[in-house]
Design a protein around this ligand. Structure first.
Ligand code: IPM
Ligand code: MN
Length: 363
């Protein structure tokens, strides 16, 4: 791989964010060294820590840096101080939502798969869970999250509005992904009740028709929620709106046994963002015990999207190796839990142990 340079805005955020990001950067810099890729890191604030520093959850300098970089790596945002205070007008979550809007991060991609050696950690029976390998494509910049909000002392409403182009671009991305996978795509909506879901069905159908090779399915969200538990392996690619995707991806995340394993990418018009699916886990903050794997796998997705697939593949293999060795944090190892930094270090070392590139050359 030739010498290249990539700029990354790093948003460590709140709670365990800084710890898991530190381990992910350790791994990133290790693959960078191996393949001669220079990463130019720009650390910026978001969330509760940004409110403390600047009074705003998403300072202007953070937006500027993100807009100029090749990719954004985010840890987590959120603080109990705000969760327990419904009257707070400035909140960490606003920073994340504003960032999604500003970068137009329209598609949130959340893969869920079950690792053989961890199958017993799933709350679902082994025979039901064992072949699960699915990915959720969640629309991220429209729908009820961003529609008009009205509130009076005695009533409140949130508008769920979608335009055809917003539905079309994510459906297309999801169909393309299904083509590269097991060629199954499932739209999840509530078209028996919601007008916006009926538009989703219409647009989705017209996009999916252009992909002859795909097996196409449409499910109502209540049924899909149930199917995810009783038969998760029937799914390949799921595409859905912002709110349904939020709920279903949390549901799906428990299938693998720990939310600490799940990575995500949010595809933007120009720059994309990569973050673990888990939140800021304030109870564990500063204790060096959070699972860094979700953030490390988010770095894998980042490298893949930047076209650095050898480096991405090394991370994938290194994570698999460490999982197979059972070298894991407390969420996945009760008997001999390792710390966040030990697991990060082990994965970074595995990356270096994978010494050959695709041409079999020792480097
Ligand atoms: C997520 C989170 C966010 C969301 C919150 C923190 C605003 O739950 O990324 O899924 O609801 O989208
Ligand atoms: Mn969520």
């Amino acid at each position: 791989m030739s010498n290249s340079k990539k700029s990354i805005t790093v948003l460590s955020g709140d709670g365990i964010g800084p710890e898991v990001v530190r381990e992910a950067l350790k791994v990133l810099l290790r693959v960078g060294k191996k393949y001669n890729i220079e990463f130019d890191l720009d650390f910026q604030a978001i969330g509760a820590c940004a409110i403390e520093e600047t009074g705003q959850p998403l300072p202007e300098s953070t937006i500027e840096s993100c807009l100029q970089s090749d990719a954004v790596l985010l840890g987590a945002i959120g603080d109990p101080k705000y969760d327990n205070d419904p009257s707070a007008t400035v909140r960490p979550e606003q920073g994340l939502l504003a960032l999604r809007k500003q970068l137009e991060l329209f598609a949130n991609i959340r893969p869920v798969k079950v690792y053989k050696s961890l199958v017993h950690h799933s709350p679902i029976k082994q025979e039901v869970i064992k072949d699960t390998d699915l990915v959720i494509y969640r629309e991220l910049t429209g729908g009820i999250y961003f529609g008009e909000k009205v509130s009076t002392p005695t009533s409140a409403s949130d508008l769920c509005e979608y335009h055809d182009y917003e539905i079309e671009r994510i459906c297309r991305l999801a169909c393309e992904a299904a083509l590269r996978r097991r060629k199954k795509i499932c739209l999840v909506d509530k078209a028996n009740v919601l007008e916006s879901s009926r538009l989703w069905r219409k647009v989705f159908t017209s996009v999916a028709e252009q992909y002859d090779a795909l097996e196409v399915e449409m499910l109502f969200v209540d049924n899909a929620a149930m199917q995810l538990i009783i038969n998760p392996s029937r799914f390949d690619v799921i595409v859905t709106s912002n709110m349904f995707g939020d709920i279903l991806s949390d549901e799906a995340s428990v299938l693998s046994g720990s939310i600490g394993l799940l990575a995500s990418s949010s595809i933007g018009k120009n720059t994309s963002l990569y973050e673990p699916v888990h939140g800021s886990f304030p109870q564990a903050a500063g204790k060096d015990k959070a699972n860094p794997i979700a953030t490390i796998l988010s770095v894998q997705m980042l490298l893949e999207d930047l076209g650095l697939s050898e480096a991405a593949n090394d991370i994938h293999e290194a994570v698999n190796a460490v999982i197979e060795q059972g070298y894991l944090t407390a969420d996945l190892s009760k008997s001999q839990p390792r710390s966040c930094s030990e697991v990060g270090e082990a994965i970074a070392n595995e990356v270096l142990k994978l010494r050959t590139n695709n041409f079999g050359v020792i480097i």
